[in-house]
Design a protein around this ligand. Structure first.
Ligand SMILES: NC(=O)C1=CN([C@@H]2O[C@H](COP(=O)(O)OP(=O)(O)OC[C@H]3O[C@@H](n4cnc5c(N)ncnc54)[C@H](OP(=O)(O)O)[C@@H]3O)[C@@H](O)[C@H]2O)[C@@H](O)CC1
Ligand SMILES: Nc1ncnc2c1ncn2[C@@H]1O[C@H](COP(=O)(O)OP(=O)(O)O)[C@@H](O)[C@H]1O
Ligand SMILES: [K+]
Length: 498
């Protein structure tokens, strides 16, 4: 699904209004949708609407009038003087025939539901003073809260908390989600998210050309690799995974097994000789080759190898740097993870120059936050206040690679500006070795010829689904073992016969 920034959403509103739908009609549809959801959340009891002075408050007034017309016990607290309301919000307030209570937290009481209509997309600075006191009091009331468009205090573009923010039970937004609905902590503050149609025509999207998307199968179904009846292991690609020294071989094995489960026809672990016995004893369908020097490694990947994964347990230093350089010189598709990234912390430009020198090879960088700040310190220095989404976009431009920044809201961005946010990862995915599995799955997709951006997105989505499939208590090993179940569900969803 497309994700619209607050500016893009405002543009969607403007285009719809310019095409003949009055803004107030949109507000009425929004407010009525809020009233419907409020009726579901609180089938009986009092409902309190807390309204701000903009159009978010306008939506709140429409919902209040609608609920009162249905015979519900409704009251309204307004943050400002009613006479100062303007435009559609003033019109909406006219439709509310009841009393308007002043901004006094002691008036909140214990309603069955609070509708939070203080601030939405128009929040433009940190909340303080009366609105902050109100937000804190709503959070402290301990009753369900339905947020209109955004939990008040959440930045719609970054998902950040601006001074303080409502913790909603549920959030109703309109037309399309915003980045702040999916990025943490915004996603946590939203509670359950509902996206409701208020009469904005989908045609506006052709003009807006959104570049941000929720990471789900609709987006990449066409690129998803399905083995053909005449496929053989060589046609499904050969992935090489680089193992670290004898004390840290497990990470590469996790990646390798994930690459095989992810659909690579062949997977080889390139192992230092002193770790060969350990690797060989622990692997079966995955092959092992002795590789100590850069020349040996170049010879291995110079053959029929379609993708390489380097980083998990690889060790930080010259050997890893040389192997990365060999991969990029050979123009192999690559996942550069963990130690492969940290090995370039002192000279990231060297890595980025090599990546840019072979634009036809798909390179995916998969840092977690720590690794990201090591190799993209310049992005963070130059743009200290941007969202996770924009940081990853800038990093992709800076490096020339597909960049995937991990976390509960994993972002994948391409140098061409496209980006996805994933919202399907359960918290128990945060366990040792989980990222190694992700690197392996992406390596498998690259090996099968999936373009790097799509490979990264598919890998992230499948990894999140595997986390849900394995459930609480999972360890990284479980993720590879539940991948067949994830494939089956995806095949069913995409209507692929098997
Ligand atoms: N046709 C449409 O467009 C539709 C829009 N819809 C609805 O409109 C909402 C957007 O409305 P909006 O643009 O009026 O902004 P809103 O979020 O109500 O904020 C109000 C004002 O508060 C102020 N302010 C900002 N930060 C502040 C702070 N920290 N502390 C104190 N004050 C602060 C700031 O004004 P300022 O003080 O800067 O002059 C700001 O303008 C959107 O979320 C959706 O619910 C739907 O009805 C569908 C159709
Ligand atoms: N709170 C969270 N919710 C969901 N997924 C998470 C969360 N924290 C981390 N993850 C995911 O867990 C994985 C951890 O990877 P990583 O940090 O590389 O660990 P490791 O190096 O141990 O494999 C990543 O895919 C990341 O997106
Ligand atoms: K709100």
């Amino acid at each position: 699904m497309d994700i619209l920034t607050t500016d893009e959403m405002a543009r969607a509103d403007q285009l719809t209004i310019a095409a003949g739908t009055p803004g107030f009609k949109l507000m009425r549809a929004a407010g009525r949708a809020v009233a419907d959801v409020a009726g579901e959340l609180a089938e009986e009891g009092a409902i309190l609407v807390v309204a701000g002075r903009g159009n978010n408050g306008g939506d709140g007034f429409v919902a209040a009038a609608e609920l009162a017309a249905q015979g519900r016990d409704v009251s309204v607290i307004l943050l400002c003087d009613r006479a100062t309301l303007k435009g559609d919000a003033a019109l909406a307030a006219k439709g509310w025939k009841g009393e308007v209570l002043p901004c006094d937290p002691s008036l909140i009481g214990q309603p069955a539901l609070i509708i939070d209509a203080l601030f939405g997309a128009g929040l433009n600075r940190p909340v303080k003073g009366d609105p902050l006191i109100m937000i804190d009091a709503i959070n402290a009331a301990g009753v369900p809260v339905l947020a209109v468009d955004l939990p008040s205090g959440i930045n719609g573009d970054s998902g950040g908390v601006m001074g303080g923010a409502i913790r909603a039970t549920e959030t109703v937004t309109f037309f399309r989600p915003k980045p702040g609905h999916l990025l943490v902590p915004g996603r946590v503050h939203c509670g359950r998210l509902r996206v409701i149609d208020i009469g904005i025509d989908e045609d506006v999207l052709a003009e807006i050309r959104p570049q941000t998307f929720e990471n789900n199968p609709d987006l990449w179904a066409d690129a998803f690799p399905v083995p053909k009846i005449n496929s053989h292991k060589f046609s499904r690609g050969h992935a090489v995974i680089v193992s670290g020294d004898i004390a840290s071989t497990g990470a590469a094995r996790l990646s390798a097994r994930a690459a095989l489960r992810g659909g690579a026809g062949l997977v080889t672990v390139a192992s230092p000789r002193d770790a060969l016995a350990v690797n060989a004893a622990a692997l079966t369908a995955v092959m092992v080759r002795p590789v100590d020097t850069a020349a040996e490694f170049a010879a291995l990947i110079g053959g029929k190898v379609s993708a390489c994964v380097i980083g998990p347990g690889a060790g930080v230093g010259e050997r890893t740097r040389m192997f990365v350089e060999a991969i990029l010189a050979a123009r192999r598709h690559a996942v550069l993870d963990a130690d492969a990234l940290t090995s370039f912390a002192d000279a990231p430009e060297r890595l980025f120059d090599l990546i840019k020198a072979s634009p036809e090879s798909g390179v995916v960088l998969t840092p977690h936050e720590g690794e990201f700040s090591r190799i993209f310190s310049k992005v963070d220095e130059k743009h200290p206040a941007v969202s996770k989404l924009e940081r990853v976009r800038l990093a992709a431009q800076e490096s020339g690679a597909i960049v995937l920044l991990k976390g509960p809201d994993t972002v994948v961005a391409s140098p061409d500006g496209r980006a996805t946010i994933a919202a399907n990862a359960p918290p128990w995915l945060a366990t040792a070795g989980s990222g190694d599995v992700l690197a392996g799955v992406i390596g498998a997709l690259l090996a099968q010829g999936v373009p790097a951006y799509e490979a990264a997105c598919i890998g992230v989505w499948m990894h999140g689904e595997a986390g849900s499939e394995a459930g609480p208590g999972l360890i990284a090993e479980d993720l590879t073992e539940v991948l067949p179940a994830v494939f089956r569900r995806l095949y069913d969803q995409l209507g692929i016969q098997y």
